[in-house]
Design a protein around this ligand. Sequence first.
Ligand code: H79
Length: 424
Amino acid sequence: MKTREERTRWFLRDRFGMFIHWGLYSIPARGEWVRGNERMTREQYMKYFEEFDASRYDPKAWARAAKQAGQKYAVLTAKHHDGFCLFDSKLTGFKATNTPAARDLVREYADAFRAEGIAVGLYYSLLDWHHDDYPGYGDKAHPDRDNPAAKDKPIRFDRYLDYMHGQVKELLTDYGKIDIMWFDFSYDEMTGEKWRATELVRMVRSLQPHIVIDNRLGGNIRGAEPEEYAGDFFSPEQIIPPGGIVDANGKQVPWEACITLNDNWGYHAEDRNYKSPKQVIRSLVECVSKNGNMLLNVGPDAKGEINRESLSVLREVGEWLRLNGESVYGAGMSALPKPEWGRYTQKGNKLYAHVFDRGIGPIYFAQLKGKIRKARLLRDGSELKVETPWMAEEYSDTAGGAFIWLKGAALPDEIDTVIELELA
Ligand code: H79
């Protein structure tokens, strides 16, 4: 069997992915938790099932948008907490092929992204608010959590687990090579073997030996000896871990921050709080500077389109990556301390200086005196001079450092000017 290091090699090189939250909840357009948050009954929610038509679903357009944004892999919600399946499962009728859409949306997604050369991931919710054998009453999040009518319903959780395992098997058998399996999520006592996690992970790995799995089946991926089901990467949500992720042995743990573009995962018609391209680019660079990935979410609308606001951010991020991608793909943490003016990423003897905040005068590189063989502006390849400014030697704290002059008064790229340094 492959080791975690072998499995995650491509994943950590790729650095940037597209998360896609799409399902029945895109119709009410109040976020993907709408059924749980508003305690909707099954009947109330079924009206979305009866009208879901995906009439503008064009996964090739999604794949082109991801490609243009510089995203190298994608993860689509095959089933979210509401239990609705975008794929043609034989184990339920609650699926896209039984809606007016009448299409296997997962198959089309997998084919389209693969054709663009984008790695294919699937999100699968461990929670299920539709299945009769998933605990409802008294659960913390379930729409029926305080519904007296649900109180005495007998639950056979093992039947749910058979169903869940069966669906994962379908997804990993019928859709070709799947690169990432993204389970979501464990909480309280609903964790680890409660999901029959060892058995599940063994099945996943037997069907797709190369697959990368997140850490949300539970266990402790940062422990000295992680459980078999603890997964391949740590998955911080809506946060970039301040110091990266290290395990009990002091070893770097692969991680991926999943981040929304506005404040919701599923489409929300009134949420206009989109992150700027600058925020996205600098955050992606922050992740890479701490050895992490970023999975940036889009929530297509009820018809299946990624809206203009999202596409416009993706395009600008992609344009920056087109010129500066070498400092992101295959790059990682540098041993040098974080500089005052921005961040470092590194790949072998190539050090990438991400200048966010230039200040005035030359840019200072601590510890690098005599160690810079070449300095080039990454976006156009132009030479930058490494020279010591007049009187600089008189400041004792600059003794071990180097200076680089940027031409012109303004930064060539206000979001992140990248200087490529070849180190001796
Ligand atoms: O799919 C997206 C979200 O819908 C899902 N994960 C991302 C990728 C997610 N949403 N919230 N969470 C995961 C964490 C939820 C935590 C809480 Fe609760 C829900 C806190 C209180 C209610 C569940 C029930 C955990 C504690 C009690």
